[in-house]
Design a binder for this molecule. Structure first.
Ligand SMILES: Cc1cc2nc3c(=O)[nH]c(=O)nc-3n(C[C@H](O)[C@H](O)[C@H](O)COP(=O)(O)O)c2cc1C
Length: 184
């Protein structure tokens, strides 16, 4: 298998990190990978906010969890109530991915950029996780203002980055195999 295919298969969602910050060169390489994603009509309608302020990351987790306890969905309420759960898995770096409102395919383009970051991180031996639950923070307008996301952009997802804690050995969830069809 070539290196790209190996990285794709090896990448896992990492939910336990060492506290050490990743190097700026590593961060730059991951951000560079993000902006080389494809985008509809080549609009590149994305914005990446890098947060390395632990106090802010912890606050975002707490505020997201508070909002989750008000959800109608049982498993979300349970996560919100779990005192040990950190929405960003205590990662030292969190990247908020936002898309330009009104652009042709912002959510899809931002998702492609997000996946590029996850794969770039894995290729550098850095752990990452796509964080949809960050939405519970973004939905709180007053809180989200603290992030100063540029006017006209809306936050979709967050990505955690950090060195993997070796005590955490994630197992790849079983993949559904009956999802292919061929017309030949
Ligand atoms: C849109 C999206 C949102 C996700 N949100 C979260 C999240 O909030 N927290 C988390 O720990 N993992 C999250 N994940 C990671 C998935 O749980 C994970 O990709 C899936 O279980 C497969 O595991 P793998 O990434 O190790 O292959 C998210 C993934 C995607 C694509």
């Amino acid at each position: 298998m070539n290196e790209v295919l190996e990285v794709i298969k090896r990448r896992r969602s990492i939910r336990k990190y060492l506290p050490d910050q990743i190097k700026d060169e590593e961060l730059s390489a991951i951000l560079e990978a993000a902006i080389f994603a494809p985008s509809g009509h080549n609009e590149q309608p994305w914005h990446f906010l890098v947060i390395q302020d632990k106090e802010l990351i912890d606050r975002m987790s707490e505020k997201a969890k508070e909002a989750m306890t008000r959800s109608d969905i049982d498993w979300i309420v349970k996560i919100g109530q779990n005192a040990r759960r950190h929405i960003f898995h205590n990662a030292p770096t969190v990247i908020v991915v936002s898309g330009r409102k009104g652009s042709y395919s912002a959510l899809v383009d931002c998702s492609a950029a997000t996946q590029n970051m996850l794969l770039a991180a894995e290729s550098l031996g850095i752990g990452s996780c796509w964080i949809g639950l960050a939405n519970f923070f973004f939905q709180q307008e007053e809180e989200a203002k603290r992030l100063s996301i540029p006017e006209g952009y809306e936050p979709f997802y967050a990505v955690t980055l950090g060195y993997k804690d070796p005590s955490y050995q994630p197992i790849a969830p079983e993949r559904k195999r009956d999802v292919f069809a061929y017309i030949r």
